[in-house]
Design a protein around this ligand. Structure first.
Ligand SMILES: Nc1ncnc2c1ncn2[C@@H]1O[C@H](COP(=O)(O)OP(=O)(O)O)[C@@H](O)[C@H]1O
Ligand SMILES: [Mg+2]
Length: 368
């Protein structure tokens, strides 16, 4: 799946946004820049919520959280929130127009649909109940799509992912949770922002935060490998090689360090290449852990043919690694498209100028 174009007429800080991504370009890694507060995170979250959450009734409250403060303009029947064009090998060109209707105009739409008016048969009403008491979200899909429209949107949802730091303000968390980010509370506190985010991630596996749950994921991977190896010995008399294979792959993603699991599989340990001395957590840099966690995420979730939206990717990475991460992403998940919200000059150097996208107002040219 490949996101070709995103248009946002007017949503929060985003005004007349129209960004295209050329599917012919290699690598399929696109840095997205703007000034601080220019709307990169807002854009990534809007795309994620529309593509991944809006089709699932269980996740509509996340759309509602994101839309807080958004209204359908008086005197208009509907208001375009965003138009997203995607290319998919199966469905080819998919054009999704996310429209917000007022209570009155949704009634008209539903009447037209009931009367089988041809011009509105390709619109799906996503929110049967009003969001924020007044907005009905619908999606108009290009008429050339003849498959079941829900199935198309579900396929898109399954292939859309968002990664960001856990300290990011996620607009789709509830207002109550977001307010906690500016309140005093410890990370262990069950009432904290981080705790709410972790909770949300249980039901939103396509949302990844670089710095939460790495050890849990690693231990699960080791446990699954151990179980596969044990099944193999039960059925064939020979232990399988899953544990060794997984260890080898993980170590190939580390630079100068090695990982192994604790023998009781309650955690992991790191040591220097060629040494058995265990490293303490502080001996691993934030950047090493971040790079490793991205690798583990992409490979353990088996991301393929996906639209991967990544925010603040360069934070904690040395400039060499900011450059290198483009190649790493392609190596770790070669069939995905990556859209990387970033301020990193080094990262942009790893691709061509045609790859680099900007949200206006344009950044100021550098002055000497
Ligand atoms: N309803 C709104 N209208 C206009 N600007 C808004 C609105 N809500 C938030 N903002 C502004 O949008 C900016 C957030 O942009 P963000 O997406 O985090 O930018 P970036 O990730 O590029 O730094 C903040 O400066 C915030 O004040
Ligand atoms: Mg941001």
């Amino acid at each position: 799946m490949f996101l070709k174009r995103i248009q946002v007429p007017d949503f929060r800080v985003l005004k007349n946004v129209d960004i295209t991504f050329d599917p012919q370009l290699e690598p399929r890694v696109f840095p997205l820049g703007s000034q601080n507060g220019g709307g990169k995170s807002t854009l990534l979250q809007l795309v994620f919520v529309l593509l991944h959450c809006a089709i699932d009734p269980e996740k509509l409250h996340l759309v509602e959280n994101l839309l807080q403060g958004f209204t359908v303009k008086h005197g208009t029947d509907w208001h375009s929130l965003a138009t997203i064009e995607i290319f998919d090998n199966k469905f080819e060109n998919i054009k999704l127009e996310y429209l917000c209707y007022s209570r009155q105009s949704i009634r008209t739409l539903l009447n037209h649909q009931a009367a089988q008016s041809p011009y509105c048969q390709n619109i799906i009403v996503l929110s049967p109940q009003a969001l924020l008491g007044e907005i009905f979200l619908a999606c108009r899909i290009n008429a050339s799509i003849t498959s079941d429209l829900h199935a198309v949107l579900k396929e898109v949802a399954a292939h859309t992912f968002l990664a960001a730091p856990s300290t990011q303000i996620f607009h789709f968390l509830s207002l109550e949770s977001r307010k906690k980010l500016f309140s005093r509370s410890s990370i262990e506190d069950s009432g904290s922002y981080i705790a709410d985010l972790k909770n949300l991630q249980e039901s939103l596996p396509n949302l990844f935060t670089y710095d939460l749950s790495l050890v849990d994921t690693l231990v699960n991977l080791f446990r699954e490998a151990r179980d596969r190896d044990f099944s193999a010995v039960v059925s064939t008399g020979q232990y399988g090689h899953s544990y060794h294979q997984i260890l080898e792959k993980m170590n190939s993603a580390l630079v100068g360090k090695q990982i192994s699991s604790r023998s009781d599989l309650t955690g992991v340990q790191f040591h220097l290449d060629g040494s058995n001395t265990e490293l303490q957590p502080e001996d691993l840099s934030h950047g090493e852990l971040k790079r490793f966690s991205i690798y583990i995420w992409l490979t353990s979730q088996n991301l393929k043919d996906a639209i991967v939206l990544m925010d603040e990717i360069e934070i904690a990475l040395h400039p060499d690694w900011q450059y290198q991460i483009v190649h790493d992403l392609v190596k770790w998940g070669p069939t995905n498209q990556y859209i990387l919200a970033t301020h990193s000059y080094e990262l942009c150097q790893a691709v061509t100028p045609a790859h680099v996208k900007e949200i206006t107002p344009n950044l100021l040219p550098q002055t000497v």
